[in-house]
Design a protein around this ligand. Sequence first.
Ligand SMILES: O=c1ccn([C@H]2C[C@H](O)[C@@H](COP(=O)(O)OP(=O)(O)OP(=O)(O)O)O2)c(=O)[nH]1
Ligand SMILES: [Mg+2]
Length: 152
Amino acid sequence: MADRVPIQIKRLPHGHGLELPAYATEGAAGMDVLAAENMILRPGIPHAVATGFAVGIPDGYEIQVRPRSGLALKHGITVPNTPGTVDSDYRGEVKVILINHSQDNFQIQRGDRIAQLIVSPVTLAEWEEVTELPETERGKGGFGSTGGYASL
Ligand SMILES: O=c1ccn([C@H]2C[C@H](O)[C@@H](COP(=O)(O)OP(=O)(O)OP(=O)(O)O)O2)c(=O)[nH]1
Ligand SMILES: [Mg+2]
């Protein structure tokens, strides 16, 4: 098993009694994270769902908040800011922003596994400002410039 990154986690009052985020299988990349509140996700209205904990991520790492495919496929529930970014210097409650792209209200129950958390190394940039960039074949092409769409 790959080395694991030790991350401090502090339960908040409304998080007591909830399982901590956990890997559902041996090879899981993400830890399923549980809702710490009951609420109804109405179509089209994003909500930052409480998780009931705060974390102390070591320098050099982040936690990414990503949707669960089952919720996306079966209920149109996703994370609008995916991947959400939990910075290593953040000490507030971790929240999971969810949005309901279906036509129906969706009930979130406390204890539901509503998203997954991925611990990821962070590479920081240091700008080197230049007046010209090295030429490339792609150049300024973007946004469908390589084709592959029937309608473009
Ligand atoms: O899905 C998310 C995204 C962010 N956060 C928390 C942790 C993160 O460190 C902080 C800031 O996130 P981000 O940088 O995405 O938000 P911002 O709009 O840039 O706010 P800020 O100015 O506070 O950085 O909010 C979450 O709890 N869940
Ligand atoms: Mg930010």
